[in-house]
Structures are given as structure tokens and as C-alpha cells.
Design a protein. Sequence first.
Length: 360
Amino acid sequence: MTATPATPTTPPSLDPVGGTRVELRGVVKEFPGLRALDGVDLVLDPGELVVLLGPSGCGKTTALRCLAGLEEVTAGSIHIADEDVSGVPTNRRDLGMVFQQYSLFPHLTVMENVEFGLRMRKVPAEDRRRRSQESLDLVGLGEHGKRYAHQLSGGQQQRVALARALVTRPRVLLLDEPLSALDAKVRAGLRDEIRRIQTELGITTLFVTHDQEEALAVADRVAVMNEGRIEQIGTPEELYSTPVSPFVAGFVGLTNRLPGTLSRGMVSVLGATVSVLNHNVPDGEVTAFVRPEDVILGPEGESASVLTSSFLGSLRRTHVQLDLPDHPIVVVQHEVSDVRRPGEKVRLTLRDHAVVVEKR
Ligand code: ADP
Ligand code: MG
């Protein structure tokens, strides 16, 4: 095995642990004067990676800690493999956990850190070594067993934390912002590797993050949380193209907020009329949430002027200012071949794609 973690060759694999169904049923968690979880229902299918996505303070960590048994729920229940684990302590729930802050024991070597969970379970030394080595190989650090935490980069420390979490072959893996302390490039690499390992092991995984790009990249399904509730759960594609609310539309992916007029389930924006995804807004003046690729630079529509236009490799992103009161700025994504210059007069309209609206 090479020790180059960024480009793993054919990695060794632990036997697949197989997936376990996990369910949070109506989970409420109250702290003094605060309801952190307000009735969370969430099912993770066996082997599935679900991301809990939401802004800071919305209750992600609390949900994960309830699942782990680190917090007692105020109401509702938690089920692992169809067993209600409400009275089961953390160390009996058969979970692996990785947190944002590096959490290796500084006085133990990498190998000793990984062995720790097996030592607690009184696994014999030889078996312990073999399984820990396998687990380190899995994360691409097979040759780093003798090092100490301070001799590793942040990304390597998180790999060790992952190896340590997986060495006991837990039924469920819990990751709380495991990449947030890393710089962007390391983050993307390790994110893909977590996904590869998770898929290979088939381990049911709850991955918490506030980073929507990370969520879309890694998840089978994403649960978007807002103020202690799950606002929408779906595949990354579903969340992006059919958000159920302004919150989800605004939190997941780039979005324009454009003035429109709502009438009987249809909204008029930039001279086009498209259908509406959420039906809880009264007719009248609204804000419509429109993706940059759903705006068309065309011969028709609302007149506007180009501010800036950037080449982004596979597409071009152009900022355009509408000749409307308030001069709203619209972000448009379009073909690379369609070159636009600052100051150029254009017209904007919408592709026929349903949008979310909010009362203005
Ligand atoms: P997130 O992980 O989404 O950033 P948390 O789950 O950590 O959010 O926190 C949700 C809310 O619960 C926040 O308002 C936070 O201040 C509060 N909270 C979390 N843990 C405790 C605690 N032990 N005691 C009191 N309030 C807490
Ligand atoms: Mg948190």
C-alpha cells in the first residue's frame, strides 16, 4: 500500500457491515427555555447516507447527539434496526462517530488510537492489530500507524478518526461536520473518500453539515433543517429542482429573488408566466426564487444591462441589472459560447420551470 491518501489505488476493504435501518420518530428535545428539536421524523434506509443540512443553530448536532444517546430525548423515540433504543446507553448503540474538532488522543500513536475501541471490548492483541491495520489501510494511512497526532495534517487526523470510528464495524456511522476544520481542497478530497468508504461498507450514515455544496455532493438524500424541524427531505436533485419552501430554495443552490405577481397558482416574472411549487401564498405581489440557469438572455423579456460576465469553464455566469425600480441584479448562467460584455443591453425572461414564491 502506498501512503498517498489523495489518490487511493485499489483500497483494501473491510467486509461490508451491511446496512441497518435507523429512525427518529417525532423527536423533541428541549433545553431550559429552548426547543432545539421540534418533532423530527427521519428514516435512514439500510446503507443510505443521509445529510442533515441547515444553518448554524438549527438543531443538527442535537439530533445527532439524540441518535447517539448523548442527549436524552424530551419526547419521541429512536429506533436502530427496528429496536427502540431510548433506554440504551451510547456504548451499546453500536455507532461510530467522527466530530468536527480533531479528537485523537495525543499521547497514543495512530495505531493505538484506532485500536482503542477494540481494547475497550477486550479484543485480543493480535486480532486488534490486524483489524486496526485494515481500518487504517481503508483510509489510506496504512503506513502511518507509528505516528502521533501532531505529526499528521488535519485531513490525516480526520482520516484516523474515521478509521477509529469504523474499526469496531459499527452498524451506524455518525459524522458531525467532519470536514469543517479543513481547507477547501482537502475537504473536497476527503468528502469523496468518505463517500467511497461508506458505499463500500454499506454502512448507514448520518452526515451533518451546514455546507450545501458538500451536502449535495455526498448524499443519497438530504434533510434540510430549519429551527428544529426538517423542512424537506429528498435527493439532491429533488431539493434543487423542486424545493418546497423559500427557505429550502434559498439554502440549497444559487438562487435569484425576483419580483413577480402571483395569480391562481401561476406567477408572472420577467414577462414569463410559470407555475408555483408552494401553494401557501395568497395572490398578489411576491418574490420568486429562480435558479440562474432558468433565466434566459434573449431577444424578449424585461430590459436590463450586463454588469459582469465570468468564464467558469463549462459555463458562463453573467450578472445583469434590471431596468426596474430597485434595479434588481440577476445572476444568469448560460452557454460559454454566448459571450456578453459589461454595459451591453439585454433582455431577460424565464425558462418554463416551476418556482417557489414568498409574499412580498
Ligand atoms: P447546530 O448543530 O445545527 O448548529 P445545535 O444542535 O448545536 O445546532 O443547537 C441547536 C440549539 O440548541 C441552539 O440554539 C443551541 O444553542 C441549543 N443548545 C445546544 N446544546 C445545548 C445545551 N446543552 N444546552 C442548552 N442549549 C443547547
Ligand atoms: Mg453543530
